[in-house]
Ligand binder design. Structure first.
Ligand code: GAP
Length: 507
């Protein structure tokens, strides 16, 4: 098993063991690609939401919030293009009866060749030792060049077939690459066909007059259909934004990788309405703002990278992703899209309602253009959790697992721990707990040795633990232990609150 895969497995089991993430309806053996957030998970999730909301809504005077319903009029999804174009190319193996995404089968094959290149490089590095020149080796080694050529040819052919909607050629490519079903091992494939990712349900009390509704696959459309309501009632002047956090649903076929790809997930999206022709300036502005937000969490910049979309979605004239280095590799965390006036114009056409803005400076009516920032809440959670997860060997030879979660996001800010559960220490600790709990999420704990309690708090990422001992009864001082350094300092009780506040501010 690759080392990163092993780490990923450990993170998943840690998330379960410490009440962050549980498989959905686990007592019935779970539901594929659906997860529940436990007592610590929900705190972390709420803190991420709040951190995003503050950065987007509270700190920008021209951005307001919205909470639109998940169910929307079915025409919404016709207008947005999701009914016709929100699909994945699927293929079934006739022997195993398993269904796959054709693009993923091909990507997996390309990844196998990439792995082979890495292995050649690794072997050569060992053979040549310090004199090894990786760049030169990659550009000249015959085997590496052969793999590279295969990757480029297959990838160009696949992109061309998809762009031309030539699904027969996608199947031919799968056959020519001799891709086998991982379950049956056979190459007995069906044709490739498009499969819409939206979940549907019925509205109405009797089936005859029921209407097919879709569970929204993105929160964005709730913003577009409320554009006029918010602009008018909020007297918003362009440029302005509408932000929303909420659930989205996609019938993902390749649903694996824990909370990275789920069927029910949450998005934090913001649509920024601008004057036509200024969209590229705002696109750059939001790229800059969003990457700064990520960096503000204190995670090294090297864990993020940009991915520019070469093939654009039907609504976009520019798009980039912010990718994060998860244990499963660099993958999309957030998308920033210049969506033109596609959505508002389309809703105008389908609804018959005029959706324009009167720009008094230009003395002109127009349909605003839109820059969208769209980040997955669950993926942000996974990014933070996987970066935070640290196994440490301590000086005394023991080991600890600590979650180095940015303090501002930590589920519990402070553990309140009487050294022993007698001699009046619990009462004193309760007094401290009562004075802190209105401002911070704190946890009172008196069970087990102090060492074990520290370890439990390390494992959920609590930045500070306060210990109340016999000296506290004499002089009202406590020890405060730092999660990361494990150093303890004796401070007056009145300073606890100020120290936690400072820690949270410092991120
Ligand atoms: N409104 C634009 C939009 O929905 P997207 O790239 O399809 O764009 C935006 O999704 C973000 O939502 C992604 O960057 C990702 O973080 C998150 N996301 C998308 N599908 C997801 C899934 N199946 N599970 C978890 N997060 C997902």
């Amino acid at each position: 098993m690759a080392q990163n895969e092993e780490v990923f497995k450990k993170i998943i089991s840690h998330a379960k063991e410490y009440g962050f993430v549980f498989p959905s309806s686990e007592i019935y053996d779970g539901l594929s690609a659906v997860y529940d957030y436990g007592q610590n998970g929900v705190e972390l999730k709420n803190n991420i939401k709040q951190y995003w909301w503050k950065a987007m809504v509270q700190y920008h005077e021209n951005i307001v919030g919205l909470d639109a319903a998940i169910f929307m009029h079915p025409a919404t999804w016709k207008a947005s293009g999701h009914v016709d174009a929100f699909s994945d190319p699927l293929i079934d193996n006739k022997d195993s009866k398993k269904r796959y995404r054709a693009d993923v089968l091909i990507e997996d094959q390309l990844a196998k060749w990439e792995d082979k290149i890495d292995k050649e490089v690794e072997k050569a590095a060992k053979r040549f030792g310090e004199t090894f020149d990786k760049e030169q080796f990659i550009n000249t080694n015959a085997r590496v060049l052969e793999y590279r050529e295969k990757i480029e040819t297959a990838s160009a052919r696949f992109n061309k077939a998809m762009a031309g909607e030539d699904l027969a050629d996608v199947k031919k490519l799968i056959e020519e690459l001799e891709i086998v079903c991982p379950v049956s091992g056979s190459r007995n494939w069906t044709d490739v066909r498009q499969f819409n990712l939206m979940f549907s349900t019925q509205m109405g009390s009797v089936s005859e007059d029921s209407n097919t509704l879709y569970l929204r696959p993105e929160t964005a459309q709730g913003i577009f259909v409320n554009y006029l309501n918010v602009q008018k009632t909020g007297r918003m002047k362009i440029p302005f934004g509408i932000a929303q956090i909420g659930k989205a649903f996609r019938n993902e076929i390749v649903a694996r990788q824990f909370i990275f790809r789920m069927r029910e997930f949450e998005q934090m999206e913001m649509q920024f309405f601008v004057r036509p022709g200024t969209e590229m300036e705002w696109f750059e502005y939001w790229k800059d703002q969003r990457i700064k937000w990520h960096h503000s969490l204190g995670i090294p910049a090297s864990k993020y990278r940009w991915h520019k979309h070469e093939k654009l979605a039907h609504y976009a004239n520019a798009a980039v992703d912010i990718e994060f280095e998860f244990p499963i590799g660099f993958k999309e965390l957030e998308g920033i899209h210049s969506r033109t006036d596609f959505d508002l114009s389309s809703h105008q056409k389908f609804s018959g309602k005029k959706i324009t803005y009167f720009d008094s400076e230009l003395n002109e009516n127009y349909v605003p253009f839109v820059i969208e920032t769209s980040i997955g809440l669950d993926r942000t959670f996974l990014a933070i959790l996987s970066h935070a997860y640290t196994e440490e060997k301590l000086e005394d030879g023991s080991e600890r697992v600590v979650l180095r979660i940015p303090p501002v996001l930590a589920p519990v800010k402070c553990g309140v721990l009487p050294l022993i559960a007698k001699d009046g220490l619990p009462e004193k600790a309760r007094e401290i707990m009562d004075s802190l709990k209105f401002d911070f999420m704190c946890q009172y704990e008196e069970k087990d040795s102090i060492g074990r309690r520290y370890r439990r708090h390390d494992a959920i990422g609590t930045p500070y633990c306060i210990t109340i001992d016999h000296q506290t009864l004499e002089d009202n001082t406590v020890t405060i232990r730092d999660r990361d350094t494990m150093l303890q300092e004796r401070i007056p009780m009145e300073r606890i609150s100020e120290m936690i506040s400072a820690k949270i501010k410092a991120v």
